[in-house]
Ligand binder design. Structure first.
Ligand code: PHE
Length: 448
């Protein structure tokens, strides 16, 4: 197999920010706020934190350890540890899931870029004249414009990936992630001055205990935790494989799990107070960011600036996540099939864009294409990837790491060794994660 010079992160900071960039994405703002809104706010947050601690962080550490100890991208990593067995194929699920997610993620990233454009050029009166919800609704049904913005989102992602790990992913993460943090901080501070801040914060932090009795809250929380950290998609194995051997992984895994959660909570503190301050409803579904928030921005002082900052934040968050999603299939094509990075980036980027076309058109000309339960194309892809492939792949990974990877090797690879923490980590992956993820998978397969 032609082996190009092994690509690596140049610094630990670069690795951390790139992994955090992958984790922090549309999921933290656009997805977290509506999933939390629909699942009872505070109770959801509590269950979500439990899922991160019990399953999310341990599995994240496991993925880093798999990647770093084999120094291979996600599909080859398992092949290397279990040569000749079928387990090697699990890695392919990650390659598939990341490509699928990227296909429809780029559609939403396209909407973000278009809204960013409107705010930056102060052209939001276009939206105001028809009403924000209507404007968003009619925008997504257009055939061509959204496809052009989606193409721009993919093209930007490809531009980063073609430059490689250190010159592309690491470089932009070092610049964009601190920018993202500053934007979010500024928006959170502004949000604290709004009249609805207390209500928004209460919505997010005050648990409604009765929600703990609703099984769908648990399903939603684990699904969101997986999506938000970016687990079971090969990303963290692949990013871990660019780590040189010497650095401490548990701290990295905890930093990223905690950082991702912090970003989600801070985003919630931006979104909910704004929504409550203007008497709107938080449980608005995916349209929250595009239909409800622009309305909020229009009514607040300095709204155009706030709107610009908000959509810039979303655009940065989306780009650093898309980059990681494209890197998974690209690294696979380079390492398993001997393509050059350029070929892999162009071919796979184009393919993924094509797969994403129907997801965009599903809101307009293809809106008749629906599942029996009424899901459109984008939502079906999201369902397939997030509710089926992710838990399935996550379950298999947890079983692989907890049961098949010899204990001594796994604990050494995780940097925890035979400490009490090492045993706890392995026990979580061996017993707790498979049971929880298995239940979620069953719940998703047989809803209701
Ligand atoms: N974690 C990203 C988000 O929250 C999305 C993502 C999923 C990125 C899977 C990489 C892998 O939006």
């Amino acid at each position: 197999m032609p082996e190009a010079r092994k690509e690596q992160w140049a610094s630990q900071r670069g690795f951390l920010l790139a992994a955090l960039g992958s984790a922090v994405g549309l999921g933290n703002v656009w997805r977290f706020s509506y999933v939390a809104g629909e699942n009872g706010g505070g109770a959801f947050l509590l269950v979500y934190l439990a899922m991160i601690l019990l399953v999310g962080a341990p599995l994240l550490l496991g993925e880093f350890a798999l990647g770093r100890s084999t120094q291979r991208e996600s599909a080859s990593a398992l092949h290397a540890l279990a040569p000749g067995s079928r387990w090697g194929r699990i890695g392919l699920l990650g390659v598939l899931a990341s490509g699928l997610i990227l296909a429809y993620y780029a559609v939403i990233a396209g909407w973000v870029l278009r809204y960013l454009g409107l705010y930056l050029t102060n052209a939001t009166h276009e939206l105001a004249s028809v009403g924000y919800a209507m404007a968003f609704g009619s925008y997504v049904t257009q055939p061509l414009q959204p496809l052009a913005w989606q193409l721009l989102a993919m093209a930007l992602t490809m531009l980063v990936i073609v430059k490689g790990v250190e010159q592309g992913i690491e470089k932009i993460s070092l610049v964009l992630m601190p920018t993202l943090a500053l934007l979010l901080l500024a928006l959170t501070i502004y949000s604290a001055t709004l009249p609805g801040f207390a209500r928004g914060a209460a919505f997010l932090f005050q648990p409604d205990w009765s929600a703990l009795l609703r099984p769908e809250v648990y399903l939603a929380a684990l699904g969101q935790a997986f999506f938000s950290i970016g687990l079971a998609m090969g990303v963290m194995v692949t990013y871990g494989s660019y780590q040189p051997g010497t650095r401490h992984l548990p701290r990295a895994a905890l930093t990223i799990a905690a950082g991702d959660t912090l970003f989600a909570v801070a985003a919630g503190l931006v979104v909910f107070p704004a929504v409550f301050s203007f008497g709107l409803d938080p449980a608005q579904g995916p349209g929250l960011a595009f239909a409800v928030l622009p309305e909020v921005f229009a009514r607040m002082p300095g709204g155009t600036l706030v709107g610009s900052a908000f959509f810039l934040l979303l655009a940065i968050a989306a780009l650093t996540s898309m980059v990681s999603l494209l890197e998974v299939p690209v690294a696979w094509a380079i390492q398993r099939h001997g393509w050059t990075r350029r070929q892999a980036c162009l071919r796979l980027g184009a393919l993924i864009y094509l797969v994403g076309l129907p997801a965009s058109l599903g809101f307009g000309v293809l809106s008749g294409v629906r599942t029996p339960s009424g899901l459109g194309i984008l939502d079906s892809l999201d369902y397939l990837a997030v509710e089926l492939l992710l838990p399935l792949n996550g379950l298999l990974l947890a079983v692989f790491i907890g049961w098949l990877w010899p204990a001594a090797d796994a604990m050494r690879a995780s940097d925890l060794g035979h400490s009490r923490l090492g045993r706890l980590w392995r026990a979580l992956l061996r017993y707790v994660a498979p049971v929880l993820i298995g239940l979620i998978l069953l719940g998703n397969l047989w809803p209701g």
